[in-house]
Design a protein around this ligand. Structure first.
Ligand SMILES: [Fe+2]
Length: 385
């Protein structure tokens, strides 16, 4: 074996029903007693903030709450959260929610310990200083942001969803408590679950795939193939919601280390320009991009089909790969995701612009197993429309 590999993980990952109660003691272990909680109004409304505030209070931690994070979080909201935390002299950050609050919390952490405006980091300035201690608590089984090195933020000047990537963004502690995910409505469980599937498949076929991320990606695909449908069907199915929480965390570790590909390059501009929810955009694009990528990674797509429960033993390599595409389409349809972008208000006239944006998602484009041109991206969008 000539290749070398590196893998980045949170220093402490805690999993299980009820583990959110450890947030107070973990904050204390990190030696801090003033926490900035970054979340959104939906989380507060669902009563999930209380689940974090009670143990913090019991541990004697003072908590300040910023609950104005929107979906596809914007740069100026991040700055607002940072200024609020600075004014309150917070020493530790807790990101509570789906990907948006956790990603926003990472960007706030960057501002707390690094000089210069946020725009610099969204446009490529390297993060040099370690962030303040950061605890991530996901409430969707989804984005995997609790275990990734990335923060995805919309640069409003350019209407461009971009991001910051650095191992320094990895949370110190990730608390994955499936009981926080029970209140997800079916549509959110479906969209975030398909985001996790996209992470796992894109990491598995990435040009930067490696044995450690492969193992996690493949197991995540198996779990999603088995548990996403029941998890969408019934939020009280604790087994299904717990297995999906494991799957999304595994998929998060996989793509944080192996990268994502063309699906994410194409879905982010749909978030930036049309505000399409991330998971829905991914779910619609995924089978079209898999079909395009098939010739680059035939054997691997056959493994994806198998992990999703398809019988492929008697099939040719091409036949097995195509089964993966069909299986993903069927899964999406079963859980109520629209099959086409026209179903989520994307307009044909905007496609040349989003295709140019997608081509600019350089990190994701460079991880995609098949080399792609802008005209091909535009053609894929049209097929998916
Ligand atoms: Fe994603």
């Amino acid at each position: 074996m000539e290749k070398t590999y590196a893998i980045f993980l949170p220093s402490n990952l805690i999993f299980g029903v009820g583990t959110v109660e450890k947030v107070g003691e973990k904050t204390k272990e990190l030696g801090k007693s003033k926490a900035l909680i970054i979340t959104d109004k939906g989380i507060v409304g669902a009563g999930l903030l209380e689940r974090v505030l009670t143990p913090l209070e019991q541990a004697g931690v003072q908590a300040y709450i910023f609950d104005q994070i929107e979906p596809n979080p914007r740069d100026h909201t991040v700055v607002k959260a940072f200024e609020f935390g600075k004014k309150k002299e917070c020493e530790l950050i807790i990101g509570l929610g789906g990907g948006s609050p956790i990603d926003a919390a990472k960007a706030v952490g960057v501002l707390m310990s690094n000089p210069g405006p946020l725009q610099d980091y969204l446009r490529g300035t390297v993060v040099k200083n370690p962030l303040p201690p950061f605890i991530a608590i996901p409430t969707t089984a989804g984005t995997g942001s609790e275990v990734t090195q990335f923060s995805v933020i919309t640069d409003t000047e350019r209407s461009f969803k971009t991001g910051i990537g650095s191992p320094l963004l990895m949370p110190k502690v990730a608390i994955v408590d499936p009981s926080l995910m029970e209140s997800m409505p079916p549509s959110l469980a479906a969209a975030t679950g398909m985001d996790a599937l996209t992470h796992a498949i894109e990491a598995f076929v990435s040009v930067n795939s490696q044995p450690f991320s492969d193992a996690m990606a493949l197991h995540a695909i198996r779990l999603i193939g088995t548990y996403l449908r029941p998890s969408v069907a019934n939020g009280s199915d604790q087994e299904a919601r717990s297995q999906m929480a494991i799957a999304s965390t595994l998929a998060g570790v996989a793509f944080s280390n192996a990268g994502v590909g063309l699906v994410h390059a194409m879905s982010h501009p749909l978030g930036g320009r049309f505000d399409v929810p991330h998971g829905v955009a991914n779910a619609i694009l995924l089978p079209f991009v898999m079909q395009f990528n098939l010739i680059a990674r035939l054997e691997r797509f056959g493994q994806v089909a198998q992990a999703l429960g398809e019988k492929v033993e008697e099939l040719s390599a091409v036949g097995a790969g195509k089964k993966a595409v069909e299986a993903v389409m069927q899964l999406s349809a079963d859980i109520g995701i629209p099959g086409h972008l026209s179903g989520v208000s994307v307009k044909a006239e905007g496609l040349p612009l989003v295709a140019a944006d997608a081509m600019n998602m350089k990190r994701a484009i460079s991880c995609n197993p098949r080399v792609v041109k802008q005209e091909e991206i535009e053609k894929l969008y049209r097929e998916a429309l």
